[in-house]
Design a protein around this ligand. Structure first.
Ligand code: ADP
Length: 626
């Protein structure tokens, strides 16, 4: 912070991330610059909401302001456009913290995801919204005059959007905030009343405070000034829903789903909820605020109500308005009151039943699933009553098809005699599809769900049954596999008992502590070996996930090596062991086969160089024969 003159002016540097956002906003966003007005009006409206709520808790502030309104003043003579509100205002700390840093967690995340590639970054910004900083798209200087309710100190914040802003004290300012844009040459269209009227209609009509436009001496209200959700569904256009969605969620996409209803019964409330078309960036940030705003009788209460939406539906945004809470409801009370739990139950039920309807349109539902399935599946893990409904809406990859399928689809595809629903989990589809564990299933045409999201490892432990069918890992599928015959059963090429015995012993000897045991299996058809963990133990994939997450796990899962006695390589190996062939070669072959199995499993080798040199030896001897 540096003092620049004898007056009270202070010059303060922007935090580094602000400068980066400003740079992008100023240089890359011309095409859509009109949204600056929506962002500033939305801030002004929030400020009125906040003061209205503060007045309920501190009525002593009341003499100072009302009625709430937002005024837009174009001034052609000075080439400025001002947006004035008589809301909560900002004190010095607010100005420094809110207009000098990136306060919104989503924006900070946005900055982290910037790539430096203009095209990509513009697409990113499109998914974020940049709030106040949008002003710099149309202005080369922005002045904010503000005084906070309850304070007698006023401030003037000013910045040219480069690397710093100045602060001056001016206690003569009225309460509330005026944001004045010194318009760029190419942005003077925003001085035209017609253009402003049109923009307010388009983006801000639903704002519940009057928006006044000053046109010379005249002043008129140019929005409908009634909260959108209180209007009749039939009177609301898709466009209006979209604008409202974009304004509550600071988004630029269309809502994928809009759910607007009034619940009447034990608890009365109105909900206007949206599911985005594009996933917000901060979906996985633990400190992310819920996207739901709570209103009581049309008065904004909070946009950070704990536990109004279950975690697995955290991508839903919108508003809930109820008359069943007192206006001066406190945060503590919100946490205790049964009203919230009842509303939560109601909205979850409605969202799930709406999703069920939407799932009939497969193509569109798959888009939803690709965006949010990974979060939605947490519902199979959360302790909620609606797990069954959640499960009905889940979709999975499956062997033998590129389609997403539901549990119900899976059950329809089950083989005669098949008792359980089978899954295999791992990090990516391609590796999973080639996993040797699937061979016995493919041979019997038993479908297997392929689970690739980290959360899958967790829900499979708690959600273990669907419509009476157990959900079981392919590793523990012996029963079904034994019961269902392989169509082209191939019984020749079996090892003799003695050969098998010697082979298994030798493998265990060589691999030693790396594995728990070795056994023959008839469920492999193409691979010589595969690897499983005993039932009840952490799967290899989960073990990898936890290690990758930096979690100290006390033990490594025990590994069982399964050997395919019909595979020619295994035959050759057994024969060599039986006839006391070259020890070095046998040992190397066992290591190479084992390492290969680890690779197919998606595991990193502990000594890849050694694997390479062993493999090279075999390649060389193979080539020498040619
Ligand atoms: P967001 O509105 O999403 O938080 P912004 O960048 O638009 O992000 O604004 C940052 C913060 O600055 C707001 O959260 C608010 O605290 C403050 N602010 C902006 N405009 C106003 C205003 N007109 N009155 C009071 N506070 C404001």
């Amino acid at each position: 912070m540096t003092e620049t003159s004898q007056t009270t002016e202070q010059k303060i540097e922007f935090k580094a991330e602000v400068s980066r956002v400003l740079d992008i906003v100023i240089h890359s966003l011309y095409s859509n610059n009109e949204i600056f007005l929506r962002e500033l009006i939305s801030n002004a409206s929030d400020a009125c909401d906040k003061l209205r709520y503060a007045l309920l808790l501190h009525p002593e502030l009341s003499a100072q302001t009302t009625p709430f309104q937002i005024t837009i003043t174009p001034d052609k003579a000075n080439n400025t456009l001002s947006i004035t509100d008589n809301g909560i205002g900002m004190d010095k700390d607010d100005l420094i913290n809110h207009l000098g840093t990136i306060a919104r967690s989503g924006s900070a995340e946005f900055v982290k995801s910037l790539t430096g590639d203009k095209q990509k970054d513009m697409a990113l910004i499109g998914q974020f919204g940049v709030g106040f900083y949008a002003a710099f798209m149309v202005a080369d200087k922005v002045t904010v005059q503000t005084k906070k309710a309850g304070s007698d100190k006023g401030y003037i914040w000013e910045s040219a959007g480069s690397d710093s802003f100045t602060l001056n004290e001016d206690d003569s300012l009225p309460l509330g905030t005026t944001v004045t844009l010194h318009l760029k040459k190419e942005a003077t269209e925003y001085l035209e009343p017609i253009r402003l009227r049109h923009l307010v209609r388009q983006y801000s009509d639903h704002i519940s405070w009057p928006i006044l436009l000053k046109d010379g001496d005249k002043q008129e209200t140019i929005n409908s000034a009634s909260a959108l959700w209180t209007r009749n569904k039939a009177d609301i256009t898709l466009e209006q829903y979209k604008d409202f969605y974009q304004s509550v969620s600071h988004a630029f996409d269309d809502p994928w789903m809009t759910l607007h209803y009034k619940a009447e019964g034990v608890i009365d409330y109105t909900a206007l909820l949206f599911i985005p078309t594009k996933p917000p960036f901060n979906l996985f940030q633990p400190d992310r605020k819920s996207g739901i705003q709570l209103y009581v009788n049309r008065v904004f209460i909070s946009d950070d109500v704990p536990d109004l939406m279950p975690f697995f539906l955290r991508f839903v945004t919108g508003i809930i308005d109820t008359n069943d809470l007192p206006l001066n409801v406190s945060r503590e009370m919100l946490q205790k009151t049964p009203v919230m739990a009842k509303i939560k139950k109601g909205i979850v039920k409605r969202i799930l039943s709406e999703l069920k309807k939407r799932s009939e349109d497969k193509a569109s539902y798959h888009k939803f699933w690709e965006n949010f399935g990974i979060v939605f599946k947490e519902g199979l893990y959360e302790p909620i009553d609606e797990r069954k409904e959640v499960a009905e809406l889940c979709r999975f990859h499956v062997t033998g098809s590129d389609d997403f399928i539901s549990f119900a689809d899976y059950i329809n595809q089950m083989k005669e005699g098949q008792e359980n629903i089978y899954y295999l989990s791992g990090t990516d589809l391609k590796t999973l599809r080639n996993n040797p564990q699937l061979e016995g299933f493919e041979a019997r045409q038993i479908p297997v769900l392929l689970l690739t999201d980290p959360i899958d490892e967790f829900w499979v432990q708690t959600f273990t049954e669907y419509q009476g069918k157990k959900i079981v890992s392919v590793m523990h599928a012996k029963n079904d596999l034994d019961k269902i015959a392989v169509s082209s059963s191939d019984t020749k090429n079996k090892l003799s008992e003695k050969e098998a015995d010697k082979l298994l012993k030798r493998i265990k000897e060589i691999l030693g502590d790396k594995i728990q045991s070795v056994e023959l299996t008839d469920r492999l058809t193409k691979s010589p070996l595969s690897l499983i963990t005993p039932e009840g133990q952490m799967s290899l994939h989960l073990e990898r996930l936890m290690k990758a997450n930096g979690q100290q796990i006390a033990y490594n899962s025990e590994r069982i090596v399964q050997v395919n006695p019909k595979h020619p390589l295994i035959h050759k190996l057994a024969e060599l062991i039986n006839t006391n062939g070259n020890t070095q070669q046998i040992d190397n072959a066992i290591w190479v086969l084992y390492d290969q199995t680890l690779i197919a499993e998606g595991e990193a080798l502990s000594d890849p160089a050694l694997f390479g040199s062993r493999l090279n030896e075999f390649i060389l001897s193979g080539l020498s024969v040619l």
